[in-house]
Write a protein that binds this ligand. Structure first.
Ligand SMILES: Nc1nc2c(ncn2[C@@H]2O[C@H](COP(=O)(O)OP(=O)(O)OP(=O)(O)O)[C@@H](O)[C@H]2O)c(=O)[nH]1
Ligand SMILES: [Mg+2]
Length: 316
């Protein structure tokens, strides 16, 4: 069963609407995971899987590693499959085990007044776009949203977020170019409190996880948010571009150390994405994937569902 927005946001929903949403998600996801699917299924489908054949296990391992699933998660998947008494259908068994490995209790904390969502990640992963989409969904679900352009680094960043805010019908708070991003976050929370807005989403400048001074700046943004409002940020979402493969795992590790990531948004799963890294992130770091991006349009953001994802990744 797919996860719908209402489920993620802890709301009641209309069954018919939910069913339609679910079907739509799944078929889009299957189309999207083309490249990983070929990597995983190509090997598996080539020959009937014989558990007594060491070579077959090796080929399976190689396919998983090539699909960015990572060494630890691959070893665990193989261990789990070996423990099965019988494997009638390797693809089905693999999809089941991947879903189990990724199945975490996923919540979206909107308990604050306002709730603050801090969005972080390396350059160009899709942070600003994701914020636009998320603001739109939250608006559609009846929440009042304010977005904050704490990316004061890149010239066009503020304008880009402002356009998304208009589309999503969210309030917008900006700052001066080259100004202090932490001050923008501070002002935004204050504005949301004054106007009674329920959710503040803070955009930040892209940075490499290896750029020490920029990571320090991000730590400061987080500290200022926490000092301004108890319990904030309620969510710290790390946006990872699925096409970057295994590098995503390293990004997740370092951003988590720096600012305490509460969930991952995996973007660009449309086109030629390699989604296997999500398995590595969820299993190795215990970090829940909360949302997935399937394109550049306003309604291309979805709640992550481990069962659907595993099926799409393995079976296509
Ligand atoms: N195909 C596809 N493109 C996406 C997706 N999400 C974002 N993009 C595109 O990726 C590019 C970068 O997106 P941004 O939202 O500007 O990324 P960012 O992380 O804010 O970038 P910086 O602020 O420069 O760090 C844009 O061209 C987006 O349209 C997605 O899910 N699928
Ligand atoms: Mg941006």
């Amino acid at each position: 069963m797919s996860r719908t927005w209402s489920e993620l946001l802890g709301e009641p929903e209309e069954p018919a609407e939910a069913e339609e949403e679910r079907r739509g998600f799944f078929s889009r996801l299957r189309e999207s995971l083309g490249k990983s699917r070929r990597a995983l299924v190509g090997e598996l489908a080539a020959a009937a899987f014989d558990p007594g054949d060491d070579g077959a296990w090796e080929r399976l391992e190689e396919a998983l590693i090539a699909g960015d699933v990572g060494v630890c998660a691959t070893a665990e998947l193989v261990r789990r499959l070996e423990a099965r008494v019988k494997i009638l259908d390797l693809g089905e068994a693999l999809a089941e085990e991947i879903a189990v490995l990724m199945d975490q209790q996923v919540t979206f904390d909107l308990s604050g007044r306002p709730s603050v969502i801090l969005v972080v990640g390396v350059n160009g992963t899709g942070k600003t776009t994701t914020i636009g989409k998320l603001a739109r969904v939250l608006h559609q679900h009846g929440r009042s949203v304010l977005v904050a352009a704490a990316d004061t680094y890149r010239a066009a960043a503020e304008e880009q977020l402002q356009i998304w805010a208009e589309r999503a019908r969210a309030d917008f708070v900006g700052g001066e170019k080259g100004g202090d991003p932490a001050a923008v976050a501070f002002d935004a929370i204050e504005a949301a409190m004054a106007r009674g807005r329920e959710i503040v989403i803070v955009d930040t400048a892209g940075r490499l996880h290896t750029q020490t001074n920029l990571m320090e700046e991000l730590i400061k943004v987080r500290r200022v948010i926490a000092a301004k409002l108890e319990g904030a940020p309620h969510e710290t979402l790390l946006v990872i571009d699925a096409t970057t493969g295994q590098n995503g795992l390293q990004q997740a590790r370092l951003f988590t150390e720096a600012v305490g990531v509460t969930g991952v948004v995996l973007t660009k799963l449309d086109g030629s994405a390699k989604g296997g890294v999500a398995v590595a992130i969820a299993y190795e770091l215990g970090l829940p994937v909360k949302l997935i991006g399937l394109g550049e349009q306003l309604d291309d953001l979805r709640p992550f569902d481990p069962g659907d994802f595993a099926q799409a990744l393995v079976r296509g």
